[in-house]
Write a protein that binds this ligand. Structure first.
Ligand code: PCA
Length: 127
């Protein structure tokens, strides 16, 4: 039997979104959320989940995929340079799984305060 990998998708790979066809034929376990809190950023319509900020759990869908599908997803998402695929725990109903998620630290910079001068001259630091 082909090795099976669990992938949790939160963005354009979700059902009904533009890149979902890459998961065609993959078994879907359903909708759930990450056990840990992360943050999601949006740029040009594309979502990026970063593990550098613990704000809220991320909602997504859990799939099992074979080696070939995982390789195709990696190529498409630009792992490990664009998005980085890392394992994290996800909760679906009363079940907990460990699944692959495509993370990316958000493009752009989140600042600690809204004052450019503070960041340049003051105590505030870029996060
Ligand atoms: N595609 C991947 C990561 C973000 C995106 O748009 C996903 O749906 O999980």
């Amino acid at each position: 039997m082909e090795p099976i990998h669990l992938v949790f998708v939160y963005g354009t790979l979700r059902d009904g979104h533009c890149n979902h066809h890459l998961l065609k034929g993959a078994h879907c376990y359903g909708v759930g959320s990450t056990e840990a809190c992360y943050a999601m950023y949006l740029k040009n319509g594309y979502p990026y989940v970063t593990s550098s900020e613990a704000r809220y759990p991320i909602t997504g869908e859990l799939y099992s995929v074979d080696d070939g599908t995982l390789a195709a997803l990696d190529k498409f998402e630009g792992h490990p340079r664009h998005y980085e695929r890392r394992e994290t725990a996800v909760i679906l109903g009363d079940k907990r799984y460990v699944a692959w998620v495509y993370f990316r630290d958000p493009p752009g910079i989140l600042m600690q305060c809204g004052d450019y001068n503070e960041v340049n001259y003051g105590k505030a630091r870029l996060m």
